[in-house]
Design a protein around this ligand. Sequence first.
Ligand SMILES: NC(=O)c1ccc[n+]([C@@H]2O[C@H](COP(=O)([O-])OP(=O)(O)OC[C@H]3O[C@@H](n4cnc5c(N)ncnc54)[C@H](OP(=O)(O)O)[C@@H]3O)[C@@H](O)[C@H]2O)c1
Length: 388
Amino acid sequence: MKKSFLLADDSKPGMSRRFFMQSAAVCGVTLGISPVLAHSAAASTNQGEKPNDPVNHTQRTLGRGNAAMIVSALGFGVMGLNYHRGPHPDRQAATRLLHQAVEHGITLFDTAESYGPYTNEALAGEALSQFRGKIAVTTKFGHEFVNGKRTGKQNSRPEHIRQVAETSLRRLKIETIELFYQHRLDRNVPIEDVAGTVKDLIQEGKVRHFGLCEVSAEAIRKAHAIQPLTAIQSEYHLMWREPEKEVLPICEELGIGFVPYSPLNRGLLGGKLNEFTNFNNGNDNRNTLPRFQPEAIRQNLRFVEAMTEFGRIRGMTSAQLALIWLLAKKPWIVPIPGTSKLSHLEENIRAQAFLLTQEDIIELESKLAAIPIIGDRYPAEQQRLVGQ
Ligand SMILES: NC(=O)c1ccc[n+]([C@@H]2O[C@H](COP(=O)([O-])OP(=O)(O)OC[C@H]3O[C@@H](n4cnc5c(N)ncnc54)[C@H](OP(=O)(O)O)[C@@H]3O)[C@@H](O)[C@H]2O)c1
């Protein structure tokens, strides 16, 4: 068992040291919660640490130097609590779950202006602003909306980024956005101008750190030269390993953290979905994704079954295997699984109690490489927006 370095604050509403220690024990791991988010040059050792160093399973550093940000090794994706993941808990239950995530040591929460739009940021603001300074709520700009409706275009013009920053700050009920990502590249605005605008916002104290989502290595290099990046957020999991080609290498070279989104492939790797799962309630984008069409799911379940089999003899579920595989890849990777259930939250956190050896990883990857993956991850019009 790892050494405990619990720093829970008894004065925090709804969080006692006793409860915090109990919940950590329930999880089978001990998680550290920083009394204040650390943003120091001292955090820059991140890129030199060895994979599988047990320390990396409690806290991790995204970025280096002045761009460094220390967060829990697992974050929490807030999106599905009211957007794109089907039936969702009511506001009270969602708030309770977010508080439970904080109590369990999670310090990185991910939302975006576009989730809802606006309602997911509003939920994050109402539930989490009381923990400001102790956790980071990250958000994103870049999609264009007119009268609350997505136009399908991108908008990263400097004045628009500024406007989104102001409204996100209000919805999140904070003074500084800890990490502000561009959600998708805007072909009409040079990435240097985007980076320059975020740099200005950082200097004005409205934003602390800069991130990009789903961009090419070239865009990362250009943006980083203007304003050092803290994190790249892209889809990455056992069924989508594209970032290994160019994005992870450039993150390693430049000392940028990596935040895999949809780390359970939108729930599929958790083993609870099948070809009869209904994604048609009007709030679930999985019904538009080629990999989530019934026949594709039916065939892709072979992949999940292989993970379940691999995990079973090691005492872990397929969801835990999916998360620990990501954590084992690099010490500067921080996945952000989403869930609407305390049981899944605790299961996901418990993933950190496992270690995968290099032999395990090779065995797992070669076993899975033999299973064809059916269906693209995005339909063509969404695919055009990524990797630019
Ligand atoms: N930057 C981007 O473009 C982008 C795009 C998509 C998502 N994101 C971010 O990434 C976050 C997570 O992504 P995501 O929600 O798409 O995918 P995900 O985290 O891979 O999967 C979420 C789904 O997995 C299920 N799940 C969670 N834990 C489980 C477990 N232990 N066993 C079985 N099922 C489990 C959840 O269902 P239950 O509720 O039943 O647990 C939920 O429906 C989002 O919240 C968002 O912040 C970013």
